[in-house]
Design a protein around this ligand. Structure first.
Ligand SMILES: Cc1cc2nc3c(=O)[nH]c(=O)nc-3n(C[C@H](O)[C@H](O)[C@H](O)COP(=O)(O)O)c2cc1C
Length: 212
């Protein structure tokens, strides 16, 4: 079976068609959330630091909700990105698929769920091996005098059981990232294509081609 991540996109249906371009963008994003081999599974999330600097990092795309044009990322509540997004919710998410030659650049606003029913229900579905990250004793980015994983000795080399993982719940944060604008860039030898899709607060969609 061919690997969808290494195949070339058949572009006849979307190359000159705005609606199909948006369909393809959602298809790539949805696939990225469920397929860890998709290069779009680990997009870059950029926020604005509290002193106004750009602040970008790689993160795993956990879920895509097309209806609400929303992406989901998990993180540590104590990480600098959470403080930044609490201060200024505006962010960008950028994903690139090298074999499909598609870049998606999304302007968005992030809402943070921590220690609430939304976080609880997602935590309940989070594998124990992933929950372990949230057991780190010090906040991410804390300087250490020695090389460290940050994890307590007891779980450093193994997966915790459910009760051992539970103290991590208070550190577990869900970022729900609502896309306002999705910008598509498709690189093609016969001519690149660039398009912008913007949603208003009333969920009306404006679609337009841009000069690449
Ligand atoms: C492939 C990859 C996936 C990552 N996934 C996540 C993630 O899902 N959530 C997260 O908080 N950090 C993730 N990280 C770590 C972040 O890139 C970053 O180093 C860390 O979250 C600290 O970010 P901050 O100091 O800007 O808050 C990932 C890093 C890599 C290389």
């Amino acid at each position: 079976m061919s690997d969808p991540n290494n195949s070339v996109l058949q572009d006849e249906c979307f190359y000159d068609d705005l609606q199909q371009t948006l369909e393809t963008a959602w298809m790539l994003l949805s696939q990225a959330a469920t397929d860890r081999h998709s290069p779009m599974h680990t997009p870059v999330l950029a926020s604005i630091s509290t002193d106004g600097k750009a602040s970008a990092r790689t993160a795993v795309l956990r879920h895509v909700d097309r209806q609400n044009h929303q992406l989901r990322i998990h993180t540590d509540m104590r990480s600098p990105k959470v403080a930044q997004l609490l201060d200024r919710s505006q962010c960008q998410v950028i994903a690139y698929h090298p074999s499909h030659k598609v870049q998606l650049r999304m302007e968005a606003n992030a809402r943070i769920h921590n220690a609430d029913p939304t976080a609880r229900s997602i935590w309940n579905d989070t594998p124990l091996s992933s929950r372990r990250c949230y057991l780190a004793e010090h906040p991410p980015g804390t300087p250490s005098p020695v090389p460290t994983s940050g994890l307590p000795e007891a779980v450093a080399g193994r997966v915790p059981d459910a009760s051992e993982s539970e103290p991590g719940f208070s550190k577990f944060a869900v970022l729900l990232i609502t896309i306002d604008t999705l910008e598509w860039l498709y690189l093609a030898a016969r001519g690149h294509r660039r398009a912008r899709f913007s949603w208003t607060a009333d969920n009306d969609l404006k679609s337009e081609w841009l000069t690449p």
